[in-house]
Design a binder for this molecule. Structure first.
Ligand code: AHR
Length: 322
């Protein structure tokens, strides 16, 4: 009898143990992240932020998808996440428009969608739960404010300045906001002459190519707005190739403020860099934890960002996390 009892207890422990193990597995929160691509240093830092936050040790299972800068790939990824019945879908949308159908599918499946980094323009904002990212319009405005100060401090107020803009992926909220901030700000000074604006797709190679064509069309360029650091690096190569000094002969204003951009500011090749913070992994995790606890979350959360230049780059670089 005693033997039978012992066997029964042992059996219970085995069955109970495996159920417990299954429960522990089930408790991982599954998150599908539809990432834009790997076009820039900023994007790499953003991917790393998600991968290091959404680990099994932290209670998550991350399904990561790199869309190679293509909206159709992101839509496919979202549909895959729905099929896999993930707990949350996170999207950094390549462009602002064209998302209603797939987000409706996520909503019908009862899966909350969190937007991160770039925003969407939707006819129905109930299709996503929350967004966290940078204020791109303000970034564009801050870049022009820096140029205004530079012009004043360097007694250039009466000089006409020929300006070109290397834009990001057309239709992405990062491009739309920054370009708007730049154009509206620049329009206030009749000495600012916009000689051209064209997309460099947020990549170094395309940034270089577009800058080369700008310089061929007009060798007297005074200022470049590069809507991200990698395009600025490409522009720097194009400027050096025609024997000019970036940062001196041509003022370079960039966005993101990644490590390499700080090195370039210290070297005097980039004059100013407006920060765009990529470390959204923990921010999205906070949103998910609040939702798990049944707490309300803010629909829109802007991250605080700064502006840096050659005067403070050296002192600030050691404090930078990306
Ligand atoms: O959406 C953020 C932008 O996308 C960053 O400025 C850029 O580097 C990235 O590719």
């Amino acid at each position: 009898m005693k033997k039978v009892l012992l066997i029964a207890i042992a059996l219970l422990m085995v069955v109970g143990g495996s159920t417990f193990a299954k429960d522990a597995k089930k408790k991982l929160i599954t998150v599908g992240y539809a990432q834009v691509g790997a076009e820039s240093d900023w994007r790499t830092a953003n991917t790393e932020s998600f991968k290091s936050m959404f680990t099994e040790a932290n209670g998550y299972k991350l399904i990561f998808d790199d869309a190679q800068q293509k909206q159709e790939n992101q839509i496919k990824a979202i549909r895959n996440f729905i099929q896999q019945d993930v707990d949350y879908i996170v999207v950094a949308p390549v462009v602002e428009t064209g998302w209603e159908t797939v987000l409706k599918e996520a909503k019908d499946a009862g899966i909350p969608v969190i937007l991160s980094d770039r925003q969407m323009k939707l006819s129905d904002n109930s299709l996503y739960t929350a967004w966290v990212g940078g204020n791109f319009l303000k970034e564009g405005q801050d870049a022009v404010a820096w140029l205004n100060d530079y012009v004043k401090n360097n007694k250039l107020t009466n000089k006409d300045l020929n300006i070109v803009i290397l834009q990001g992926t057309i239709g992405s909220s990062a491009q739309v906001g920054r370009t708007q901030g730049e154009l509206e700000g620049l329009a206030k000074n009749p000495h600012y002459k916009i000689m051209g604006k064209q997309t460099g797709e947020f990549t170094q190679a395309k940034g270089q190519e577009v800058m080369e064509s700008f310089l061929k069309a007009n060798p007297k360029i005074d200022v470049v707005f590069a809507e991200n650091d990698n395009m600025a690096f490409g522009a720097i190569d194009a400027i050096k190739a025609i024997g000019k000094k970036p940062g001196k002969d041509i003022i370079i204003i960039s966005f993101d403020a990644v490590h390499e951009a700080f090195n370039r500011m210290i070297a005097g090749e980039i004059n100013c860099d407006v920060e765009c913070n990529p470390l959204h992994g923990p921010r999205v995790a906070e949103i998910i934890q609040a939702l798990e606890a049944g707490k309300p979350v803010d629909k829109i959360m802007y991250v605080k960002e700064g502006t840096f230049d050659t005067t403070n780059a050296k002192a600030i670089l050691p404090t930078r996390k990306y």
